[in-house]
Design a binder for this molecule. Sequence first.
Ligand SMILES: NC(=O)c1ccc[n+]([C@@H]2O[C@H](COP(=O)([O-])OP(=O)(O)OC[C@H]3O[C@@H](n4cnc5c(N)ncnc54)[C@H](O)[C@@H]3O)[C@@H](O)[C@H]2O)c1
Length: 442
Amino acid sequence: MTDSTARTVAPATGKLGVLCVGLGAVASTFIAGVELARRGMARPTGALSQLATIRLGKRTDGRSPLIKDFVPITPLDDLVFGAWDPVPDDGYRSCLHCGVFDKHEHVEPIREFLEGITPMPAVFDQQYVKRLEGKNVKTGTSKRDLAEQLRTDIREFKKTHGVERCVMVWCASTEVFIVPGPVHQSIEAFEAGMEANDPAIAPSQLYAWAAIKEGVPFANGAPNLTCDFPAMVDLAKREGVAIGGKDFKTGQTMLKTVLAPMFKARMLGVAGWYSTNILGNRDGEVLDDPESFKTKEESKLGVLEHILQPQLYPELYGHMYHKVRINYYPPRGDNKEGWDNIDIFGWCGYPMQIKVDFLCRDSILAAPLVLDLALFFDLAQRAGMSGVQEWLSFYFKSPQTAPGLYPEHDLFIQQTKLKNTLRWMMGEEMITHLGQEYYQES
Ligand SMILES: NC(=O)c1ccc[n+]([C@@H]2O[C@H](COP(=O)([O-])OP(=O)(O)OC[C@H]3O[C@@H](n4cnc5c(N)ncnc54)[C@H](O)[C@@H]3O)[C@@H](O)[C@H]2O)c1
C-alpha cells in the first residue's frame, strides 16, 4: 500500500560528479571497481545500492524490487570521478602503489581510464597528518583563501566534465585529534577563524565548508572532526545540503556491531573485549602516529558503550575492559588482520571466550561503502533532505546524530532505518515486523 506522503524526489538526470578527497587505497579501489563493473569485468559486491532488494508491503505480497529500481539513484554509467591529493599519482599509479587489485586482471585493462583521474592540488598541512608529505598542494593567503580555491575547483570540475550535480566523500588520511572549540560553535566564528588561520580548523573542515557552500553533499569516511560540529551543521541546514559521517564501518567495528547486540539480546555479560589489528598500507602508517591514532581510537571505542548500555545493565557490562590497538606492519599491505578476544559470561556467571580472526581486505570492504554513500547522499539531496543524514549511519563507525541524541550502532537497526527511510521517501508503508495481521482470524 502506498501512502500520499511520499517526498518529491528530483530525478537523477545528467551526470553525477563524485569528488573524492584523497586518491589513496580506498578511493582508487572504489573508482577502479566502478569502472570494472561498468565494463562487466567485476561485480559491485558489497554495495546495497547495486545488489540489495527491499521488501515492500506484506510478506505475502511478493514485492521485493532491487533498491536501485525502487528509488531514483544515479546509474553507474552516469558517474564521473574527481579527486584531490597531495600525492600527485593518478588513478593508475595509485592502484599500482596500493596493490589492492591484481595488476594484470584488473588494473592494466582499465589503465587509460585510470590515468585520466589526476588529482587536483590538495589543501594539505602536515600539522594535521604527521606521517605524510605531499608536493601537490595549494598555497594561499589564508585558510579562507584555500577553501575558496576548493570552491573554484568544484565549479571548474562541473564545467569541464559537463556534470549536473556533485557529491564529496572524504577518503583521505585520518587527521590528528581535535576537540571542538569556540571556532566550531557558529558559522560566523568558523568563517572568522578561516580568515585568522585558526589552528583548530583542519584541512578536512575546509573541504566540508567548500562543499556545503557549493551545494554539494558531504560524507566523512574518516574519524576526524570535519562536519560534526554546530557551525558546519548550521551551515548545511542554511544552505540546504546533506552531510554526515563519520569513519567507514568496515572490518572489526562492523563485526562488533553485530556481535555486541547479540550478547545484549541474550543478556550475556561481557567482561572484556580486546581488539588488535595489523595492517601495512599508508593508512596504517598514518595511524602509527599517536595523534592520528587517538582520532581513530575514539571512533572505535564508542561503539560498545552505546550498544551495551552499561548504565542500564551494570552487572553485565559495567566492568567491561575494552581495548583497541592498531599496529603498522608493512608486509600485510592493505590486507589487514583483525583479532578480537571476547570474554563473556553466562548462567550463574560462568565464563566463556570467543575469538575472531578476520583476514580482510581493507579497501575491498570500504569501496562499496563509498559508492553507496555517494549515491544515497545525492538521493537525499534530491529529496530535499538537508543537514545530518542519520539514516545512513549504517555506513559509519561513529554516526553523526542530532545534538543530544545517542547514535544507533547496531548494524541491523541501522539497516532497518536505512530501508524504512527509502520506503518513507517513496511513500511506501514502514515495516515494523509486528506481523499480527498474518495470524488474525478472517
Ligand atoms: N579501508 C577501510 O576499511 C577504512 C575504514 C574506515 C576508515 N577508513 C579511512 O579512510 C581513509 C582512507 O583510507 P586509505 O586506506 O585509502 O588511506 P590512504 O593512505 O591509502 O589514502 C589516503 C589518501 O589521502 C591523501 N590525503 C591526505 N590528506 C589529504 C588532504 N588534506 N587532501 C587530499 N588528500 C589527502 C593521502 O595522500 C592519501 O593518498 C583513512 O582516513 C582511513 O582511516 C578506511
